[in-house]
Design a protein around this ligand. Structure first.
Ligand SMILES: [Zn+2]
Ligand SMILES: [Zn+2]
Length: 248
């Protein structure tokens, strides 16, 4: 059995190379990076007015250049366990279809175009955190084995390179193979990931600026749980970067 998933995954990759790529959104031939030019044009960017803590779009506008920071109502009532957050793309079609293929149908090559799309918003934000280390949200070893790659790491390594930040795998570990968060309520998501992470190399975290990275954040349950663990290792700051934010 050992290595069977790799053989299967390699076969899938070869099959895909034999057939011309189709747009993952509309099925038209000639798609680059999973999307045709037309569907690529449908990708939305987040608005300019975001909560300085959780990056949720604010329902009021303000003058961006004043340097003042604004927070959403939820963060004022219940601040999250991180210092700031930023995302690149709202999680809706056509991006949702590309991410789905990236994660669930062995398409590691999609990391490149997805990171390219994320760079516009994330690269300058990450570059301001000079000297910080990016920690991708880890997969449990069993899921990593079957999927063949950690999608968050593939994205983080590309975004980190662009911003000049180091990316470290293995500092944060998933100690429990949790159920998928799909289809769970906010409360269930929190319970599902409770005590599922551990900092395996606290010396890499102590006194440093940490950027936790994940591909999609829905309720933030996973990010909150990771951040709670990270703070125990006494970092200087913990911020959260995500490619996509759901529900925006
Ligand atoms: Zn298309
Ligand atoms: Zn907020």
């Amino acid at each position: 059995m050992a290595g069977m998933n790799k053989v299967f995954n390699n076969t899938l990759a070869s099959l895909r190379a034999l057939f011309p790529s189709k747009c993952l959104n509309c099925g038209m031939a000639g798609g680059y990076a999973g999307l045709c030019a037309e569907c690529h044009g449908l990708v939305r960017m987040p608005g300019p007015n975001l909560c300085a803590l959780c990056a949720r779009p604010l329902d009021f506008t303000y003058e961006i250049d004043t340097g003042a920071e604004y927070f959403c109502g939820e963060c004022r009532l219940d601040p999250p366990p991180f210092d700031a957050a930023m995302y690149a793309l709202p999680y809706d079609d056509p991006i949702r279809k590309v991410i789905h293929a990236f994660k669930f149908s062995y398409s590691p090559y999609l990391a490149h175009p997805l990171a390219e799309m994320g760079n516009e918003r994330l690269a300058p934000w990450l570059a301001r955190r000079r000297g910080a280390v990016i920690l991708p949200v880890p997969l449990h070893w069993r899921r990593l084995y079957w999927r063949g790659y950690n999608h968050a790491y593939l994205l983080a390594s590309r975004l980190g390179r662009q911003a000049g930040l180091k990316v470290e795998e293995g500092v944060l570990r998933r100690t429990r193979n949790t159920d998928t968060q799909y289809g769970l309520t906010k409360k269930q998501r929190g319970e599902n990931v409770k005590a599922a992470f551990a900092v395996k190399a606290p010396q890499m975290v102590a006194g440093r600026d940490i950027v936790l990275f994940d591909d999609i954040i829905t309720t933030g349950a996973t990010a909150r749980e990771c951040c709670k663990e990270l703070w125990k290792a006494k970092p200087n700051s913990v911020t959260v970067a995500m490619l996509c934010k759901a529900g925006e």
